[in-house]
Design a protein around this ligand. Structure first.
Ligand code: HEC
Length: 696
């Protein structure tokens, strides 16, 4: 490629200056997902001269008032950056100046979602392609023009819902995280719903040129397949989920794909899926040529806590007892790290099966034990009790009184109808989808958060009346709240005023297509949609006509929602830090440093040391000795000295960068680029990408 680019240059300009490129070749930096760049132009000494090089306004949503986000980690191949806009369209631009080369205008009817990026494919026989998830579709785009490659799948795309269906399921499957590629094979996972009607979470491989299905790995095994006995008899028909939404890593030397999975659906009750539930919450090592399982490790048995593996694995080499070992590691929402030999699946550090309490909920049967890694030590605090309440919380007494009535103090406490159960770290981590960076010395850098969430189960009555209210309780309440109030931090909007904001057809469209993290509710009949929307406007009307299969047929419980716990002033009720960055030297497994990540300027002004904030997104680490990370709610982009954890540069972004930065070079200039999408935890939405370089 480099040679071809060089020759082109000669023919156009008639003199010889081959452009020099350092790529950011894939999601999170490439197949190993280590967020690592070998570039060293920017260092802790000169980073103070880092300046904005260009800005690209990617274009937002079609609907006014819609909250958008950008979680895209763009890739940069030979000086061209490929990414996804706030309006979910793929684009290519000149990565030296931010000038757009192409942008798609795809208008398929498909659930909306926030894309984390695209994947690049090239082969000598075919022109280069960009693989891009748009809702339920996997598109193959011509890398030069952005036009669908008609010879791939159905006129340039594959509908990923096909092949995942099962009786009674909804039709929600989207591709939010870039696919993985090995030779001519695309390995594809999907996000599916977290409620009982979820589709199958199968892992599939497709041919990169024809789009033909090559193999399917059933994460909920069928009769005769390994792991079938870890479920109830018909679960492969009546349970969904156990899907890969967080991304994968590929070992190209061995042709192995490492696939983490999430929980089986429904997230918080498993009485209809008794057993360990392989391969939910597992790390799978699959042979890419055949789709056959080489080994697996399950991180949570019979998960009823939404403890999905949150991020792609990291692949790196470490020295164990003087011997080089190629390893794969995964992070957990609980702050654990599991490290395995890539070939044998043997744990590098000891992992112990520890006993945990049994569930008292009718029909539920929790696992007697759960795997706990003994080393490295967790990178977040492990429990939230009275002594961990924020000492300057505004309503401390009230919080303590509430805490005394709740179940807390350890992981894996079975949920209850009567009491709140404290999740600490929260349901979205601990570690989150941004993942961890690993440098050339096998030091790992992990962003993580520490704030509590509380959840209780709500029994659904078999005799529930056939009305808009009952549909709301079954399908909407867990997110939008018992009184349609949304959640406190604004990640789930209140529905009380939506009828003023949107027309009835627009509201129906939101139900049909879903939006952001909200799944589509197309499986509700027209009469059911009408009734539930009437309830959203405060009217409880009966459904006209027959009722379709309801959540009740899958689970006797719903839940109170992912309620983050804040004090009366809106700060997490736990003592800070609420967001951290931790460095762990992986050869020894020893923690090197931990620093708060982010701050609340109004608290810092009062003399309170930086508290860290809620965060989404990952770091990037460079051979030049820096870690770049945005991710925080305070809308800052920071560089840390990777040796010490000291902040050596920071920049106020136009909107929060809930994404991972990418690092590349063109003709000797090193750039750092970040998507500033905002739109979460009460921060405004934006559509800009910002690139930085040293001022010369
Ligand atoms: C898994 C959580 C979840 C469930 C279940 C859910 N929603 Fe939502 N909903 C969301 C989120 C998150 C948003 C904001 C999406 C965005 O703008 O990115 C949203 C947005 C909406 C909006 C648009 C609000 C606005 O101000 O723009 C409507 C209307 C809505 N939901 C209705 C419903 C109804 C009715 C149900 C039940 C049938 C439902 N939702 C179920 C999470 C959920």
């Amino acid at each position: 490629m480099r040679l071809i680019a060089g020759l082109l240059f000669i023919s156009i300009f008639g003199f010889y200056t081959a452009p020099e490129f350092t790529d950011w070749a894939g999601y999170n930096g490439g197949n190993d997902r280590n967020h690592f760049s070998p570039l060293s132009q920017i260092t802790p000494n000169n980073v103070k001269n880092l300046k904005l090089a260009w800005t690209y306004a990617s274009g937002g949503a079609d609907t006014i008032n819609q909250t958008t986000q950008m979680q895209c980690n763009p890739i940069i191949i030979q000086g061209i950056m490929y990414g996804v806009s706030a309006g979910s369209q793929a684009f290519a631009l000149d990565a030296s100046n931010g000038r757009e080369i192409w942008k798609t205008t795809i208008r398929e009817k498909t659930p909306n979602m926030t894309s984390r990026g695209v994947a690049f494919y090239s082969s000598p026989a075919h022109s280069s392609k960009i693989f891009f998830g748009f809702g339920s579709y996997l598109f193959a785009l011509d890398a030069k023009t952005g036009k669908p490659v008609e010879t791939f799948g159905d006129q340039g795309k594959i509908n990923l819902v096909e092949g995942l269906k099962r009786p009674g399921a909804d039709d929600y499957a989207v591709l939010n995280t870039p696919i993985s590629i090995y030779k001519n094979t695309l390995i594809v996972g999907t996000r599916v719903s977290e409620t009982a009607p979820a589709l199958h979470g199968d892992i599939r491989a497709f041919d990169a040129n024809s789009g033909r299905l090559l193999w399917t790995f059933h994460t909920i095994p069928k009769p005769g397949e390994y792991g079938y006995k870890t479920w109830e008899k018909n679960n492969y028909k009546n349970v969904g989920g156990a899907n890969n939404w967080m991304g994968m890593a590929v070992d190209p030397k061995r042709g192995i794909v490492f696939v983490p999975t999430g929980s089986a659906a429904f997230d918080f009750y498993g009485g209809n899926r008794k057993g360990d539930n392989l391969f939910a919450n597992s790390l799978l090592a699959l042979d890419i040529r055949t789709g056959k399982r080489l080994w697996h490790f399950q991180t949570v048995h019979h998960d009823i806590w939404d403890r999905d593996i949150p991020a792609p694995p990291n692949l790196f080499t470490m020295t164990v007892k003087g011997k080089k070992r190629d390893v794969v590691s995964i992070l957990s929402k609980l702050g654990f790290m599991f490290v395995f030999d890539r070939v044998t699946g043997q744990p590098i550090f000891p992992i112990e099966e520890r006993p945990f309490p049994a569930s008292e909920v009718v029909g539920e049967k929790t696992s007697k034990t759960q795997p706990i890694p003994l080393w490295p030590l967790p990178f977040v605090k492990q429990s939230f009790t009275e002594k961990d309440v924020n000492p300057w919380a505004s309503n401390k007494e009230e919080i303590i009184a509430e805490l005394r009535k709740s179940q807390t103090g350890q992981h894996f406490i079975p949920l209850s109808v009567k009491k709140k159960t404290i999740f600490f770290p929260a349901t979205d981590g601990g570690a989150q989808w941004g993942g961890a960076a690993v440098d050339e010395n096998s030091v790992m850098y992990i962003p993580a958060k520490q704030n509590p969430v509380h959840i209780s189960l709500i029994p659904l009555e078999k005799t529930i009346e056939n009305s808009g209210k009952s549909l709301y309780v079954q399908h909407c309440q867990s997110c939008h709240g018992q009184n349609r109030e949304g959640n406190e931090d604004g990640t789930i909007p209140s529905l009380r005023e939506v009828h003023k904001k949107y027309s009835e057809p627009l509201l129906t469209q939101i139900l049909v297509k879903g939006r952001g993290r909200m799944p589509a509710f197309n499986f509700l009949s027209a009469a059911e949609k009408k009734a539930v929307l009437a309830y959203v406007q405060g009217l409880n009307v009966a459904v006209e006509g027959p009722v379709k299969k309801s959540t009740l047929d899958f689970s006797p419980f719903t839940f109170t929602g992912y309620t983050r716990w804040y004090d009366s002033q809106g700060y997490p009720v736990s003592s800070p830090p609420w967001g951290t960055l931790t460095a762990i030297e992986m050869n020894s497994g020893k923690h090197l440093w931990q620093v708060p990540l982010g701050e609340y300027p109004e608290l810092t002004a009062k003399g309170i040391p930086p508290t860290g904030t809620d965060l989404y997104g990952g770091p990037a680490v460079t051979a030049g000795g820096l870690i770049f990370i945005a991710a925080t709610k305070d809308e800052m982009f920071r560089a840390f000295d990777r040796k010490t954890g000291k902040i050596v540069w920071q920049y106020k972004l136009p909107n929060a960068g809930y994404a991972s930065p990418s690092i590349y070079s063109i003709n000797g200039v090193q750039y750092v680029v970040i998507a500033c999408g905002g739109g979460k935890v009460k921060t405004n939405s934006g559509d800009k990408y910002l690139a930085f370089a040293l001022k010369n």
